[in-house]
Unconditional design. Sequence first.
Lengths: 245, 106
Amino acid sequence: MATADTPAGHEGHHEHVHYTSTGLENRKIAIWALIGSECMLFASLISTYLIYKGRSKVGPFPHEWSCKTSNVVGKTAELVAGCAPADVLKPILDIPVTSQSTFVLLMSSLAMVLALAAVENKGHPLPAGAGWWDRCLASSKFWLMATAVMGATFIGYQSYEFTSFVHEGLTIKTNLFGSSFFTLTGFHGAHVSVGVLWLLTLFAIDVKRGLKGKNDVLLVDICALYWHFVDVVWIAIFTLIYLIQ
Amino acid sequence: MSDHNAAAHDHVEHPTWKQYKWVGFWLLVITAIEVWVYYTPFKESKLFAPTLLLMSAVKFGVVVFYYMHLKYDHPLFKRLFAMGLGIAICTMFALLFLFGALKIGG
């Protein structure tokens, strides 16, 4: 594999963009290969969830009402009307809360592409009479921090969801639904957490020396690809796990 | 590596801010429709799951093609992603059929 270093672009800051013989940067090829393999990981976790869904012997269940004592399971609360109120287990998935966290994650993807665009366009002078919104759009620090904050908010929503599930009696050991659900969403949450740390690292670099030049665009691009992948995985999880019964 | 390859790599067209904004808007609209449909009687229909899967696939494609720039990037990246995704989808269907979560003709 041949390697070529592009000349330093500014302030004696040497850029090392490593192209392969295909003319593509090897780190970008690596992140796409990682994303391809991550597809397989999440597909197997989602499959496991779908296979185990409906095979739990005891509640709580994702979309159904159930009675702890009689083991009656039904789609509506009327079907467990004969059960003592303390023994009634309501459907555990909270669609309104998860919808909010989904909105946040989708918006974080928009912030991420704007962060990348801001880094790519660094060095281009702002038009005369540029307003606060133009300055905002051109600020990579703003968009990187916005993406990280939205990612952290998503983690906050997930922590709230996990905590409320545990309070309602669903742990990773309760039933097959609990085991597969916590494993799948926990893995996704771990990926989001890694993404937030990655974003904060880029933000710190941006504050310290500024993100500029081809090499830095590539650093942000790779992080953006990872972040969008985490987003598309959630798009699949939200539909398959939360909305479809 | 030839200069030609490096030059080809350096000129990758990306969407504009307005396109990003519209993509974000439609992602939100589709998600809102998904959630709204969940609270309608359509939820009991046989078409509910296929409709949601279709909307989800559209969102997935939009993010991958526009936000991840796969539409504009080198074909090798498309192939790498398609290979992983293809194996993932095949594995998923294989497991679902193997364990009886999906059945042919039922």
